[in-house]
Design a protein around this ligand. Structure first.
Ligand code: RUB
Length: 323
């Protein structure tokens, strides 16, 4: 039987699955927080039971969404910090490991922002896609440097995360033009940088991000607009070093078409007479990306594998949440 899960773990897992909690960095942060809550309130009476409980919590969080590698990277980080011979020692190690992870995540985003801001000049216009806290940290740092930045914000169907981006930018007094996704190419003529985040970066430098990123990148390249990906090293996908591919999440068709809309088209709402597909992410090949900005510096996508070897080279063996 699986160990009992803390309500914070259940809550975080269901909020991640429903996208109440979304965006790769925010998901990682919430997962680490949930593991800490599980550890803090654990009623396990021996170390083996405690470890089993932590593994079960990590598995529950892991199964929520498949594409953002920040989630398993967060779970690995916290569970690899689990150490001790007694339940109190184990508990303390998990809580401390989660705290350290969350501190590093904040710090990495801040450092990445400062590096990314150096690419932005006073008066530049960025085009955004989806809502990325890593990408926005570059704009925030540029504003802190006294630069004036404007933004063309893509709506990002079907979940319209562009609205979150627009709201944040308006809070910073950045002039925003919100456009539907289909208008992006037209507005590239007024854009100095395409600035996006990433859910995962593969060893060959491919960028996995919100569906529509790859089309935007191809169009931007055609127009000569540089494409900058802001992604802290938490987004580097270790499994891709051994040839694994990144799973692209397919989401519910109701995000694309409501029952009423389906009725309008088809006279039925059985969801069977025609297909609706809703992939949440796509893959931008490295040749369309000009720079990947991390907290460790900025890299041409083809050289990201060197950084991955440095960071993950010695990580062998199974996952810490497996028995
Ligand atoms: C979010 C998305 C974001 C990345 C990076 O997709 O694609 O660009 O997660 O975000 P969803 P961050 O809304 O489906 O989660 O920089 O905040 O980690």
């Amino acid at each position: 039987m699986d160990a009992e899960l803390h309500e914070s773990v259940e809550e975080a897992a269901s909020d991640i699955a429903s996208m109440e909690i979304r965006g790769a960095a925010t998901i990682a942060d919430a997962a680490a927080e949930a593991l800490a809550a599980q550890a803090e309130d654990s009623t396990a009476d021996d170390p083996a039971a405690f470890r089993a409980e932590m593994r079960a919590a990590a598995r529950r969080l892991r199964e929520t969404r498949p594409t953002a590698v920040s989630l398993p990277n967060a779970l690995r980080y916290v569970l690899r910090g689990m150490d001790g011979e007694t339940v109190p020692d184990l508990r303390e190690s998990v809580v401390e490991s989660a705290r350290e992870f969350r501190r590093e995540l904040d710090q990495a985003q801040e450092n990445l922002g400062r590096i990314g801001a150096n690419r932005l000049r006073d008066g530049d216009t960025v085009m955004t896609h989806c809502h990325s806290t890593d990408a926005l940290s570059c704009v925030e740092a540029a504003l802190d440097q006294g630069k004036e930045i404007e933004a063309i914000v893509k709506e990002t169907r079907p979940r319209k995360q562009g609205h979150i981006t627009a709201k944040q930018l308006r809070e910073w007094d950045v002039p925003v033009t919100l456009v539907v996704d289909n208008a992006a190419r037209r507005y590239l003529d007024e854009t100095d940088h395409v600035l996006v985040g990433a859910d995962s970066i593969a060893a060959d430098g491919s960028v996995i991000n919100k569906i529509g990123t790859s089309g935007l990148a191809v169009n931007a390249r055609e127009r000569g607009v540089p494409i900058m990906v802001a992604a802290q090293t938490l987004k580097l996908h270790p499994d891709t070093m051994t040839g694994h591919t990144v799973e692209i999440e397919m989401r519910d068709e109701r995000e694309v078409l409501t029952e009423d809309e389906e009725l309008e088209i088809d006279g039925e709402t059985d969801g069977e007479s025609f297909a609706i597909e809703n992939p949440a992410f796509d893959v931008t090949p490295p040749r369309y990306v000009d720079a990947i900005v991390t907290e460790r510096g900025q890299f041409p996508p083809e050289s990201i594998v060197t950084l991955m070897r440095e960071l993950f080279g010695d990580q062998q063996g199974g996952e810490p949440w497996e028995e």
